[in-house]
Ligand binder design. Sequence first.
Ligand SMILES: C[S@@+](CC[C@H](N)C(=O)[O-])C[C@H]1O[C@@H](n2cnc3c(N)ncnc32)[C@H](O)[C@@H]1O
Length: 439
Amino acid sequence: MTDADRAASGPALGGRLLTLTAGGPAAGGTFVARHEGRVVFVRGTAPGETVTARLLEDPEEKADARFWRAEALDVLEAGVDRVPSVWEEAGVDGVGGAEWAHIALPAQRRIATEVMQELLRRAGVSSYPVDEVQVEPAPHDADGLGWRTRVRYAVDADGKVGMRGWRSHEVRSVGADPLSARAVRELRLGEWTAPEGTEAVDAVAPSAGPASVVLIGRDLDPDAVEIPESWGDADVAVRTAKGLVPLRGDGTVHERVGERLFAVSATGFWQSHRRAAELLSEVVASGLRAPRGGSAWDLYGGVGLFTAVAAEQVGRDGSVVSVEGNRRASQLAAQNLEDLPQVSTATADVTDWVRARRGGVDAVVLDPPRAGAGVELMGLLATAVRQRIVYVSCEPATLARDLAAIEKKGWKIVDLRAFDLFPHTHHIESVVVLERASS
Ligand SMILES: C[S@@+](CC[C@H](N)C(=O)[O-])C[C@H]1O[C@@H](n2cnc3c(N)ncnc32)[C@H](O)[C@@H]1O
């Protein structure tokens, strides 16, 4: 395909081709370039390289815009960090979700470190030496492959299973799918044709028990699903507008962390990297230090991963409340931790729940979705928590905002660790430990 063909066929509004030289990283895995003085955020490139890029904006319509966006089509002069992509099917005109697959893994972590430090600086975080923050690999993750234990595949009108392209609705083949865990790849969903009405397929490779496949579609008929041989002994369910209908198994998967087994809904939240649950549990445990016989809250608690950590620390004479908005996850948290009398669960919006509390708590762990906890909740916690807060985050931009907010309320950061739990993408996981500035 020539550049001109690509310019005409891609998702671009504009499609004009520019020659750009990429500089430092910016939001969303892009890099900053300049064209006639205007900033252009370029996807699919790497620092220091010169590329032919397709503008995603119509330059006539966006003549007054402060910046434009573009995606690299051809590399004219490769940067030192460029390597052959680990995922041929990702990238320009390919599947989304692996936007750094063409960048060497150590360089990805160096770039993520720059992004993280810059976001903290820009938010005005001041109680911690931001220059010391480094994005660390997960233990024993040498190549950043085979880590993804939760994968949502898209399905097109013909039943083809794949992933959507970046800014595109077209379902594209995932090929070798190298970021997915082996048990997910072995399902060979890309070679299977989904029954009519399937809108998406969730595949899970849990750490205990069989894999799971869930076909998702509002009006799917569970009786019409034939389970192919390639799925082996995987659990299978169908999720329609009426709810989850298990065809094989009970609609949950099982995850082992240390000695404990957690049941998780087959379509529910669990940390995706195969080493994440164990690693984050250890880092939360060392930061939280909830006092024996004391009290703790696990906010955005899911099925109770960090509740178990806090419960172990406070012991049977203490108390831990796991607060979670999803009813099914909350029920599973209660079931997963039923041997721990110090644990109770609340199904509620976290901010509403904390706002309604009278009296304080010794220690809090919170692990919100990408939107972060928000300034109101940080203010409530600044008052309610007596000793320590551990903030687990998958979105450094909202984390930085929330840290700056709680610093203004008299708290300081005593530890900040960042982890590459999403290799070959720009996403970063972090764990921050906070104490009262006067302590
Ligand atoms: C990033 S997950 C963390 C779950 C858990 N800590 C874990 O590691 O398995 C965020 C959780 O917050 C829940 N959630 C999102 N928004 C919420 C809200 N406003 N109030 C309560 N729970 C919420 C989601 O259902 C999800 O289970």
